[in-house]
Ligand binder design. Sequence first.
Ligand code: URA
Length: 434
Amino acid sequence: MTSFDAPTVIRTKRDGGVLSDDAIDWVIDAYTYDRVADAQMSALLMAIFLRGMTTAEIARWTAAMVASGDKLDFSDLRRGGRPLALVDKHSTGGVGDKITIPLVPVIMACGGAVPQAAGRGLGHTGGTLDKLEAIPGFTAEITKAQIRQQLCDLGAAIFAAGELAPADRKIYALRDVTGTTESLPLIASSVMSKKIAEGTRALVLDCKVGSGAFLATEAESRELARTMVDLGTEHGLLTRALLTDMNTPLGRTVGNAVEVVESLEVLSGGGPDDVVELTLALAREMLDAAGVDGVDPAQTLQDGSAMDRFRALVAAQGGDAGTLSAEALPTGAHSETVTATRGGTMGDIDAMAVGLAVWRLGAGRSEPGARVQSGAGMRVHRRPGEPVAAGEPLFTLYTDTPQRFPAALAELDGAWSVDDEPPATRPLIIDRIT
Ligand code: URA
């Protein structure tokens, strides 16, 4: 391989040039094996953030991240003599986006098999692993042998990417603390490298649109969805995307344990309408992509079969299924409530502001590898369009470290309103990209 050096690669991108295939392969490999320093990769990520990448650069960057680690293969696995209906879902990141937690057991109960490499919180958005680790004992650090066993016996495994796309693990953590998250090439390559490596056969992407999404406009989110669907297809993965609204938080909870509690409500046949609607829309896409027909995912929420699967999944990954209740899961030791100063109708609630407030409460990280607070989070008592009486609670904030409240409350300033008229309604599912 031609020899490269980090300063030259950084300058090429900084000055708006196109990185050659060899330069991309070199820098991803060198960073994975610590021959490029965090400071140098941070500079390159910022240059990519500012200058963007061509379609060919994104494809090569993604392929190099896939090649940085192992690729799982479950094509030999059988259940009842038939190959597993392998299918996964990944979200580009939202606020209150707990959908994976009810969705995976729904797919299990319908006969699909989900090999899910999941992530931790990124920027103002929460991560599935941080949420599930709020369940005492739950671990996502499971071996390949255990993933295979769970897929055959239970129909799912939710695991830290580990040796899959290790370049992404390092770059993801660095982006989280260097202000380089909101970049189309970096999001597309991050999501797709893990998903290509994890061994699923089909993939449904939940591509967020709106104030709480990483990309600011619907046009950019569409382009992100198109880019990811094309990347998946080039790698032989049946890939589809739903564009979904992320202007306001999903459901009534944002944080770690609080989102698990709300997911349990959905798995018990209740829960907020938007969480149920999105769970079922993604489930239908996944089952269709996996070729599973003749089953009704909504039924699995009503008859308890999805809840049974969730309990079995939690137990298989070391979690104490006895703690799956609002009373037993952790809640921040301190709380603050924001109340309505007037009556009326709840207006729009800005998802980005809520995401940042919850991050400030301790649900996310400001340093790589930092511990998050399982009990940090927020309850949204009144959703947009709901009636509000003067003096009633609108938001309750939780944390173990009360000195965090002022900054969190400041994020909420101007992020919501109580009005005379209800806000304009928006569809949750905006479009489908295949
Ligand atoms: N999810 C990922 O895995 N990576 C991103 O960059 C954003 C969401």
